[in-house]
Design a protein around this ligand. Structure first.
Ligand SMILES: *Cc1c(COP(=O)(O)O)cnc(C)c1O
Length: 425
C-alpha cells in the first residue's frame, strides 16, 4: 500500500525550498493561510518601502520628482516595463507599465483591429473574463459592426477548458484578430500560446493576449513566439497592490503602428514637451500610453519586481508547479468521497498557478474556509480557487489548508452558511 503524505514531509519540503526565505518579506497574518494571491497578491516589505519612498519624494522633490531622484517619474513607466520584460520574454522596449488591464485592452484593440472586406471577425472564448468580452464587443460597436455577427466565441466542450483544436477550427478567413487568455481565470488552464500564435499567423490573424492570470506565475516567450500584443495587471501574482498599474506588450515588428487612442504620454519622449498639436508617437511600446503615469500606483511595483529580478521566472514556476502538484496529491489523499472534483488540468504544461476545486456546495465551503482562517476565493457557479504562491506560501500551509478543509467536511461546518455568494466573490 502507498504511504500517505505526512506533515513531517511538508516540513522537509519547506527546509529544502530555496525560495522559503522570501516568505518573511510578506505581510502574512499569523495562523492564516492566504490562498487568494491570484486575485490580490499580498503586500511585501519591499513594495511598501518603494511606495513610501515615492510618497516621500513627492513631499521633498515636488515638481523635480519628474526628472530627479532615484526613480525619475518621467521615465518610471519605461523602467518598470524593462523590469517586467523578462517575465514575459520580451525586449525591454516592448513593454510599458501603464493604465489598467481593460483600458489597455481597449487601446490595443483600437490600434490593431482593422476590419477590411470580409475579414472582420474577432475570436474570443466562452470562458473568458467578462471585461475582455465587454471591451471587444464595444470596440466592434464603435466600428458600427454588430457583435452578433462579428464576434466569435470558442465554445468549451465540458465547461472547464478551451481546446486548442477548437480555437484553430475557428480561424477562418473572415477572422482578423484573436484575443485569448494565457491562463483561464476559473479553471487555471494554460493555453499553448506558441502553437496558437503560429496557427494564427499562418492565416494572417493577429493574436493579442490577456496575461493577468499568468504573469508572475508562468514564464512566457512572447517575443520569440511572435505574439502581437498583450496586457496584464500587477495586483495578482505581481503583488503590487489593489488596482495598481497594468502593462502593455507590443512586439517590435509593430513599432510605429499609430495608437488607436492617442494621448500626450504616448509621444516620443524627446518631443513630448514641444507641446505640438501634431502627435509624434514613440517608436516603442510607450506609444500606447495615454496620460501621465499614476506614480503612487506604480511605486509598489518597483520593490515587488526586485524579487522577481533576483529569483527569475524559472525557479518561481518550478515552485509554483510543485506547490499545486502537492496540493492535488493531498486533495486526492484526504478528500476522497467528499464530492470534490479537481477542475484544473493536472499536467504541468497545461496548468497555471492555481487549483480549481469544484464542489456543488462551493459557496458554503468557501465561507467555512474563511472562518477556519484559510482564504480561498469563489467563482460561480461551483469553483473554489486555491492559489499557493511561490514567494510566500509554504508546503506546510498547503498541508494545513487541506487538513482544515477536511475537518470542515467531516464536521459539516459549512452547512450553517447560506448559499448566497458575497458581492465580491
Ligand atoms: C483580473 C483580471 C482582469 C482585470 O481587469 P482590470 O481592468 O484590471 O480590472 C482582466 N482580465 C483577466 C483575465 C483577469 O484575471
Amino acid at each position: 500500500m502507498m504511504m500517505k503524505s505526512t506533515q513531517e514531509e511538508a516540513v522537509r519540503f519547506d527546509q529544502q525550498d530555496i525560495l522559503s526565505k522570501y516568505r518573511n518579506e510578506f505581510y502574512l497574518i499569523p495562523n492564516q493561510i492566504y490562498l487568494d494571491g491570484n486575485s490580490l497578491g499580498l503586500c511585501s516589505i519591499r513594495a511598501e518601502k518603494t511606495f513610501l519612498e515615492t510618497f516621500e519624494s513627492w513631499k521633498r522633490d515636488q515638481i523635480d520628482g519628474w526628472s530627479s531622484g532615484e526613480y525619475p517619474w518621467f521615465y518610471l513607466a519605461e523602467m518598470l516595463g524593462a523590469k517586467m520584460a523578462p517575465l514575459v520574454g520580451a525586449k525591454k522596449e516592448e513593454v510599458i507599465a501603464t493604465g489598467t488591464t481593460t483600458v489597455n485592452l481597449h487601446q490595443l484593440i483600437a490600434t490593431f483591429y482593422h476590419p477590411e472586406g470580409k475579414r472582420t471577425k474577432i475570436i474570443a472564448n466562452d470562458l473568458d473574463f467578462p471585461s475582455d468580452i465587454y471591451a471587444i464587443k464595444s470596440q466592434l460597436q464603435l466600428h458600427g459592426l454588430d457583435p452578433e455577427e462579428h464576434f466569435l466565441s470558442v465554445k468549451s466542450r465540458q465547461g472547464r477548458y478551451i481546446d486548442e483544436e477548437d480555437i484553430i477550427a475557428c480561424m477562418q478567413d473572415d477572422v482578423t484578430l484573436m484575443i485569448l487568455p494565457t491562463v483561464l481565470y476559473r479553471s487555471g488552464q494554460l493555453l499553448d500560446i506558441e502553437r496558437l500564435t503560429r496557427e494564427a499567423h499562418q492565416r494572417g490573424i493577429l493574436i493579442g493576449l490577456d496575461a493577468c492570470h499568468s504573469v508572475g506565475a508562468v514564464p512566457h516567450h512572447f517575443h520569440q513566439w511572435g505574439v502581437d500584443f498583450a496586457v496584464w495587471c500587477s495586483y495578482k501574482y505581481l503583488n503590487s497592490g489593489p488596482g495598481s498599474v497594468a502593462a502593455i506588450y507590443v512586439h517590435e515588428k509593430h513599432f510605429g503602428t499609430v495608437p488607436g487612442l492617442a494621448g500626450w504620454f504616448g509621444s516620443d519622449k524627446e518631443r513630448q514637451f514641444d507641446m505640438s498639436h501634431v502627435f509624434e508617437p514613440s517608436r516603442q511600446a510607450g506609444a500606447y500610453q495615454l496620460s501621465a503615469p499614476s506614480i503612487l500606483n506604480a511605486a509598489p511595483l518597483i520593490g515587488s519586481l526586485s524579487m522577481f529580478e533576483e529569483i527569475g521566472m524559472g525557479s518561481i514556476r518550478e515552485k509554483s508547479l510543485s506547490l499545486t502538484r502537492y496540493m492535488m496529491l493531498l486533495i486526492e489523499e484526504e478528500l476522497q468521497g467528499w464530492g470534490f472534483v479537481i477542475g484544473n488540468p493536472t499536467e504541468d504544461h497545461r496548468r497555471g498557478g492555481h487549483i480549481s476545486l469544484e464542489h456543488e456546495e462551493a459557496t458554503r465551503i468557501c465561507k467555512a474556509l474563511k472562518e477556519a482562517n484559510v482564504i480561498p476565493d469563489f467563482r460561480a457557479p461551483n469553483v473554489i480557487r486555491l492559489a499557493p504562491i511561490a514567494l510566500y506560501t509554504s508546503y506546510q500551509d498547503v498541508w494545513e489548508a487541506v487538513q482544515r478543509l477536511k475537518s470542515i467536511m467531516v464536521e459539516g461546518k459549512h452547512k450553517v452558511y447560506s448559499h448566497e455568494r458575497g458581492v465580491i466573490a
